[in-house]
Design a protein. Structure first.
Length: 52
């Protein structure tokens, strides 16, 4: 579901953060350095957007 950022609640950020962390862990487990770099950057962006 596409929602303007201003309408995204903390639950959506929490869910996005949880899935992104899982993906990051899998990338690290499989030594996918490029994927890990991308998901780490995504986590930073999620935190920035959520005001963390």
């Amino acid at each position: 579901m596409n929602m303007p950022v201003g309408m995204v609640g903390s639950d959506e950020y929490d869910e996005a953060r949880a899935w992104t962390r899982k993906a990051l862990q899998e990338c690290r487990r499989h030594q996918d350095h490029t994927g890990a770099e991308v998901y780490a950057a995504n986590l930073k962006e999620i935190d920035r957007a959520a005001g963390v």
